[in-house]
Design a binder for this molecule. Sequence first.
Ligand SMILES: [Zn+2]
Length: 94
Amino acid sequence: MTAPDAVRRKALAVLREGRVTLLVVRSDPDTLAVTKVVARVQGSRGTYVVDYRVTADSGWDCTCSRGMAGQRCGHILAAQLVTGHSDTAAVRAA
Ligand SMILES: [Zn+2]
């Protein structure tokens, strides 16, 4: 499932306005696949933290209300786009 247009527009605005700060990005040295991301995103109603890790419950989390409900928000999509993840990557179920 690709991101809805509203989420995509929000993510692109976040990137265009430089509101994503990558705090941690780790990758597998052999495959170069990204294994861990922590990003701070300045949203319209506050600052949120986006977290991605490869574990048993691998997935993306965000501290905004949409992210806490297990949905892909513009903050997650912005972090996915800037770290080279497919925008169809799984979001961790709440
Ligand atoms: Zn969010």
